[in-house]
Design a protein around this ligand. Structure first.
Ligand SMILES: [Fe+2]
Length: 238
C-alpha cells in the first residue's frame, strides 16, 4: 500500500478546485474484495459504438454526500471531437450499472476511495461518472482498452480501478506529460489497485491486451471521472 506521488502544487480556493493539487497516486484498496464484483461483469452488454464486440460497458452517475451515494438520473455520455477523435460529437447511451453492484459495500468503498485520493472537498457537491468496462481478447483479436490512442478524458480527475486480469498479457497503463514524449508512468494495474490522476496534467493510454493461452483473455476495470461532464481545461497540458 504505497502512495507513489502526491504533491500540493498550488493552493486554490473555491469548490473542489483542490482537485488541482493531485498529480497521481496508486494504491491497493484493501477495503474492497474484487471477487464480489465478478458476476456483475459477466453480464455487461457490448459497446454498440465500437466494432468487433470486444468492449463491454455500463455507465452511471452518482452524487457523493459524505459516506453515502445517490444515484443520479440517466444521462447520455458525450465527448467533443477535441478529446475523442474516434467517438467525439456522438451522444452515446449506455445501460446503467446493476442495482446489485451499487448496493455492495465494496462499490461504496471504491467511490469513497476515489474521492479521498482525489483530495476533493467533501463539503461541496461531488458528482462523478462510473464506467464499468470489460475488454476481451483472443489469439486472433487483441483488445484495445483505449482505441482512441493517447488522450485526455476532459475532466479534472480520472480513477482506474483494476477488478480482474485473467489470461492476459499487456494492458499496461501509461501517463504522459506530452502526447509525443515517453510515459512518466508505466504500470500494470493489478486487481484491487486504484490509480487516480489529474486529467488536466496528464494524457493517458492503456496498451492492448493479448491472451496468455489459446483461451479468451479478460480485463475488467472501473473508470471513475470527476466531474461527471466534459470540462475544457483552463490550461492545456503541454
Ligand atoms: Fe480515458
Amino acid at each position: 500500500m504505497t502512495d507513489i506521488k502526491i504533491a500540493d502544487l498550488q493552493s486554490v480556493s473555491g469548490a473542489n478546485k483542490l482537485s488541482h493539487s493531485l498529480i497521481y497516486t496508486i494504491e491497493k484498496i484493501n477495503s474492497i474484495n474484487v471477487d464480489n464484483f465478478d458476476k456483475f461483469f459477466n453480464n455487461l452488454p457490448a459497446d454498440p459504438y465500437l466494432d468487433g464486440n470486444y468492449r463491454f460497458r455500463r455507465l452511471s452517475r452518482f452524487q457523493v454526500n459524505g459516506n453515502s451515494l445517490i444515484k443520479l438520473p440517466h444521462k447520455y455520455f458525450f465527448q467533443s471531437q477535441q478529446y475523442n477523435s474516434l467517438l467525439g460529437e456522438v451522444k452515446r447511451e449506455y445501460p446503467e450499472l446493476d442495482d446489485g453492484i451499487i448496493e455492495l459495500d465494496d462499490f461504496r468503498n471504491l467511490i469513497l476511495a476515489f474521492v479521498e485520493k482525489s483530495k476533493l472537498n467533501t463539503t461541496e457537491e461531488i458528482k462523478i461518472n462510473v464506467h464499468q468496462f470489460r475488454i476481451i481478447c483472443d489469439s486472433s483479436n487483441y483488445g484495445e482498452p483505449a482505441p482512441e490512442g493517447i488522450h485526455r478524458d476532459a475532466v479534472d480527475i480520472v480513477g482506474i480501478f483494476s477488478v480482474k486480469r485473467e489470461n492476459i498479457q499487456g494492458g499496461e497503463t501509461h501517463l504522459y506529460k506530452s502526447k509525443k514524449g515517453n510515459p512518466v508512468l508505466s504500470k500494470i494495474l493489478n486487481p484491487g489497485e486504484l490509480l487516480v490522476f489529474n486529467d488536466q496534467k496528464f494524457f493517458h493510454f492503456t496498451t492492448a491486451i493479448k491472451p496468455s493461452s489459446k483461451d479468451v483473455g479478460i480485463r475488467d476495470v472501473f473508470v471513475l471521472t470527476f466531474p461527471a461532464w466534459e470540462k475544457v481545461p483552463t490550461k492545456e497540458v503541454e
